[in-house]
Design a protein around this ligand. Structure first.
Ligand code: ZN
Length: 298
């Protein structure tokens, strides 16, 4: 295989070219301000496709032929169609693979387009970066929503961010509208809804300073993640879990371990490992390109 193009579409767009499972080009961002992580959340679909094409072309530049295009986005994707995407609602129902393929073909890139969940793409990128493309890994992406990714790809829904971690019926901040969901506790958007007067950064800072409501919330945040991880361990066994996303900065690994030890007590299930991977834009872009390259081979 030659070069493949990776595209990560969330509240912004990041693109890059990958060769031999490693970044070949630098990354291209839209908007260019890399602190701006949400300005595309309300952009209409057609405009988003235009922007994806522009950013894809910038990355492709004069790199030569592109053999595969991978597009990673948040949501449930089946056969190139976005079944649902609570955090990029304009994508719901879109035949996104077809639209992006048409847009890129008009611009001279005719390679097949593979669309996948961005947490799965990130898991693939992490596996590649750690030379573990032969291993089974799971990953939590802590951002606007909560992504759950796994590598290698396996058919299924895997909407781990929407798993139920509390029976408290007042827990209704999840973007999908479901009650008791992990994302309704941990997601950036959900935290803003819960603390209308404080940004998530302030909530975690206040918790450190001893403010009781914030302290209680930070415990709930970690217990929620421990519960979802414990559920995954009880369903699919122990193994390696990675944590990333822009809100991984709030993660206290000792506290997470503490709660997880309370929740996973059967000894054959206790050989799990937990590791933080600092948020890095190349992970989902590289992973999307590798997944597209693997799909094009089969
Ligand atoms: Zn939900």
């Amino acid at each position: 295989m030659g070069k493949s193009l990776g595209i990560h579409l969330t509240g912004r767009i990041v693109t890059g070219v990958v060769e031999h499972q490693k970044p070949w080009s630098r990354l291209f961002h839209f908007p260019q301000d890399q602190e701006d992580t949400g300005s595309l959340l309300d952009t209409p679909l057609d405009r988003l496709i235009d922007l994806v094409r522009e950013q894809a072309l910038r990355a492709a530049g004069d790199c030569g032929p592109i053999d595969a295009v991978g597009l990673a986005l948040p949501g449930i994707v089946r056969d190139g169609v976005v079944k649902d995407s609570p955090n990029l609602a304009q994508l719901k129902g879109a035949r996104i693979a077809e639209k992006v393929h048409r847009a890129l073909s008009e611009a001279g890139i005719t390679a097949p387009v593979t669309v996948l969940n961005d947490a799965d793409a990130t898991a693939t990128g992490v596996a590649a970066k750690h030379d573990r493309l032969d291993a089974f890994i799971r990953l939590w992406a802590l951002g606007y929503g909560i992504g759950f990714g796994r590598y290698p790809y396996a058919p299924g829904i895997w909407e781990g961010g929407h798993c139920v971690v509390t029976l408290d019926s007042t827990e209704n901040y999840c973007g999908c509208g479901g009650r008791g969901h992990l994302e309704g506790i941990m997601g950036h958007r959900a935290m803003r809804l819960r603390f209308l007067d404080m940004e998530p950064e302030e909530v975690f800072a206040q918790a450190k300073a001893g403010e009781s409501r914030c302290k209680e919330f930070v415990r709930l945040w970690h217990r929620g993640l421990a519960a979802a991880t414990a559920n995954s361990i009880h369903m699919e066994g122990p193994g390696r879990f990675y944590f990333t996303g822009f809100n991984v900065r709030f993660l206290d690994m000792k506290l997470l371990q503490h709660y997880l030890q309370q929740m996973v007590t059967m000894s054959p299930l206790q050989n799990y490992t937990l590791e933080v991977v600092p948020m890095s834009d190349d992970l989902a872009v590289t992973g999307a390109a590798i997944a597209a390259s693997q799909a094009a081979k089969t």
